[in-house]
Ligand binder design. Structure first.
Ligand code: AMP
Ligand code: ZN
Ligand code: FE
Ligand code: FE
Length: 285
């Protein structure tokens, strides 16, 4: 049995490997398929697919959209999307604009208090990248103003800390709709990361299914058999398939490895078969 990894970040968002490097690593690990799922961008898909085509690795197009559900930030994965979709474009542009404005404000607040970092430099160092707090944290570390990335979050950038600013999120239902319009199918990312109490989790997954989600990320870094079973039961209740991935970010999340997550992750390749079936079903005419 070969394995797949359907949740991967590249240098186009906050991962540290390029799309091509991801493909090489996946081949080295003898995976049969991967999906690129950068935050709020499709910029890495074509390079990864070209590298995958050349080397014989299936690379699904994907995205991870930050959405709002009942006042919480919830992540929605989209698979088999057309990266050139004219429906997706304005949504992603709107998100990046919101992020740009927020980055500008966060950096200005930090500079005002004597932290010596520059937004221009950040942008120059990360071209073609959706820049977020992880990149700001890294700049602070490079400038010697924090002890580690985690220190930057813990003291400065995390929600509730002095330099945190919220982002504006697209409503969950609207994100699901856009994924369909872009030719893809939505899957709920890491459903146990949102700290919903049991009853609300059930309600949330019910809502997700009603919004057109076709699957749940049952296999995820840190989800042991108990959590996987909990999610499988919920998935069965609402006719959702089981998908999964590591949420690999390279050295920005050094405890997570491509494909194997925190050591025990194995996403079966049946996930791709089922995902593809749901996708064909959803877009059949
Ligand atoms: P942003 O999209 O700019 O709000 O940044 C979100 C990313 O920052 C997340 O995907 C995490 O990788 C990272 N992050 C958020 N909160 C923390 C935290 N408390 N500690 C470490 N990393 C964090
Ligand atoms: Zn990320
Ligand atoms: Fe996520
Ligand atoms: Fe992710």
């Amino acid at each position: 049995m070969r394995y797949v990894d359907l949740h991967i970040h590249t240098t186009c968002s906050d991962g540290t490997l390029t799309p091509e490097e991801i493909v090489s690593l996946a081949l080295k690990q003898e995976m049969s398929a991967i999906a690129i799922t950068d935050h709020d961008t499709v910029a890495g898909i074509s390079a990864a697919q070209a590298a995958g085509d050349a080397a014989g690795l299936q690379v699904l197009s994907g995205i991870e959209i930050s959405t709002e559900y009942h006042g919480r930030e919830v992540h929605l994965l989209g698979y088999f999307i057309n990266p050139n979709s004219q429906h997706l474009k304005p949504v992603l542009e709107w998100t990046v604009k919101d992020r740009d404005l927020r980055n500008e404000k966060i950096v200005a607040m930090l500079r005002k208090d004597g932290y010596r970092i520059s937004l221009e430099q950040l942008k120059a160092e990360h071209p073609n990248t959706v820049i977020g707090r992880p990149h700001i944290a890294e700049a602070l570390l490079k400038a010697g103003q924090v002890g580690s990335i985690q220190d930057a979050f813990d003291r400065l950038l995390a929600d509730g800390k002095p330099y945190f600013l919220p982002r504006t999120y697209i409503p969950f239902a609207q994100a699901a709709e856009v994924i369909y319009q872009a030719g893809g199918v939505p899957v709920l990312a890491h459903p146990l990361q949102y700290q919903f109490p049991a009853e609300e989790l059930n309600q949330f997954i019910h809502t997700a299914a009603n919004c057109g989600a076709v699957g749940l990320e049952v296999y995820y870094s840190g989800y042991g058999p108990e959590k996987q079973n909990q999610l499988k039961q919920l998935g069965d209740q609402y006719n959702l398939i089981y998908t999964g991935g590591s949420d690999y970010h390279g050295t920005r999340k050094p405890h997570i490895q491509l494909g194997t997550g925190m050591g025990h992750l194995r996403v079966p390749e049946t996930a791709v078969v089922e995902l593809e079936a749901r996708w064909k079903q959803a877009h059949a005419r």
